[in-house]
Design a protein around this ligand. Structure first.
Ligand code: ATP
Ligand code: MG
Length: 424
């Protein structure tokens, strides 16, 4: 048998997993200071939740969902995105009743989409996202955007571009929809069959089509920004003003519509401008979704959020030639010369680890020389060699591998000695 990971998935091996942990740590810290508390929802939900919220005409629902029947004949879907589930939970647990609105939530976990695999596009990928539900203050839009930018900047990315747009409210969307139909209808035969379907159902989706991207009618399509009513325009201006106050630079792209139906007003994407990145440059997407909570059965609770995949963040770092400082150093390697020494080695290792000193030893009964080589390969900061004379003296020479120096320390003092010298 020749087993392989399923297409579009990957194993994250040691060497790579430290980077994931580092990114997760950055995310956890930033969520803590911005006050987005973690929520963990199931990996699968009722299929209908995604159909209704993400939208029937979207690529996600039409082509990308992993949908299956369970043994009780219920239709379930592996979550393709996070917002629908978080909003479902907000409604189910009546979080709208909490005194402090918006409720600010964050999540990180695997999402599943049946997509063609390419760099930056997987069938299982990990999204970090936040949702602020229960406020339509433009300052919260700016806060959400600022948090996303902060994650990338803290991870070390420099070549970032923030693109924003406003989709306006329902009236704006309706007027724009009519204009789009008028624009595309005479030439719709030149478009792909998906777009032909979208024309009546949801013409905005045409602007997001990957097949017809180069069609000249795309560039000349009526822009939403020209249809913004006074209220929507004022809201967009306020968001921009807050971004200015935060010192966040952005460009407005009137064609940024995003691939999910529930968005309105503010939408944004953060792209990488690193030249080595390849075809996929969008790192993060988000926007406002006033109305989604009502659609899922709750009271009026306007929301905004974003999602980014860790895979694309790491690819962008690689494209910029930057590495995360991962802390995977080994503090101590204990070399044992015989079985008696091994007993002591196991005992000492336990006392070191209890104080947070990372410790490794030999489990292959190798000669001293081979154990020393291991210590070297693993980059141990210190080594002690235990043999008959050490056991007799109840003391060991602590070798500092970086400095090439050594010092004799009694066994009972070792923990103190190492703890004191670890923080330098
Ligand atoms: P794209 O246009 O690249 O397909 P999307 O509009 O489908 O993106 P969203 O649904 O908005 O993306 O998801 C938000 C973020 O999740 C993306 O910006 C990207 O970082 C990440 N993402 C989406 N799909 C994948 C995938 N298949 N593999 C890895 N990351 C992904
Ligand atoms: Mg997609």
């Amino acid at each position: 048998m020749n087993y392989k990971v399923p297409r579009g998935t990957q194993d994250i091996l040691p060497g790579q997993s430290e980077k994931w942990q580092k990114v997760e740590e950055i995310i956890r810290q930033l969520c803590q200071v911005y006050r987005y508390q973690e929520i963990r929802t199931p990996i699968f939900e009722q299929t209908e939740l995604f159909q209704r919220s993400v939208g029937d005409t979207t690529d996600i629902v039409q082509k990308e969902m992993y949908t299956f029947k369970d043994r009780g004949d219920r239709s379930l879907t592996l979550r393709p995105e996070g917002t629908a589930a978080v909003v479902r939970s907000y409604v189910e647990h009546k979080m709208f009743g909490q005194p402090d609105q918006p409720v600010k939530l964050s999540y990180i976990g695997p999402m599943f989409r049946y997509e063609r695999q390419q760099a930056g596009r997987y069938r299982q990928f990990v999204q970090f996202g936040v949702e602020a539900i229960g406020s339509k203050d433009p300052a919260i839009d700016a806060e959400v955007i600022a948090l996303a930018m902060d994650v990338y900047e803290t991870a070390g990315l420099k070549n970032l571009k923030l693109v924003i747009n406003s989709l306006g409210d329902a009236d704006v969307r309706a007027a724009h929809r009519d204009a789009l139909i008028k624009h595309f209808e005479p030439h719709i035969d030149d478009f792909c069959s998906d777009c032909q379907n979208r024309l009546e159902k949801n013409p905005l989706r045409i602007l997001d089509c990957k097949v017809d991207r180069e069609n000249p009618l795309m560039a000349t399509a009526p822009a939403l920004t020209d249809y913004l009513n006074e209220e929507s325009a004022a809201y967009f201006e306020a968001v921009k003003k807050y971004l200015d106050v935060l010192g966040i630079t952005y460009v407005v792209d009137p064609n940024l519509v995003r691939g999910l139906d529930y968005y309105n007003h503010t939408t944004f994407e953060i792209m990488s401008t690193a030249t080595d990145l390849g075809a996929i440059t969008t790192l993060c997407g988000g926007g406002r979704y006033n109305g989604l909570v009502e659609q899922i059965g709750g009271p009026e609770s306007p929301g905004i959020g974003f999602a980014m995949s860790i895979e694309r963040l790491l690819l962008a770092l690689e494209a910029e030639g930057r590495s995360l400082d991962t802390d995977n150093a080994l503090d101590m390697y204990i070399v044992a010369m015989d079985d008696q020494a091994k007993l002591k080695a196991v005992e000492l290792a336990s006392s070191f680890r209890a104080k947070g000193i990372s410790t490794e030893l030999d489990y292959a009964s190798r000669k001293v020389k081979a154990q020393m080589k291991s210590a070297d390969r693993l980059g141990a900061k210190w080594v002690i060699v235990l043999g008959e004379s050490e056991l007799e003296e109840q003391a060991a020479n602590v070798k500092n591998m970086e400095l090439g120096s050594q010092e004799k320390v009694p066994f009972h003092d070792l923990v103190n000695y190492l703890t004191k010298h670890k923080v330098q």
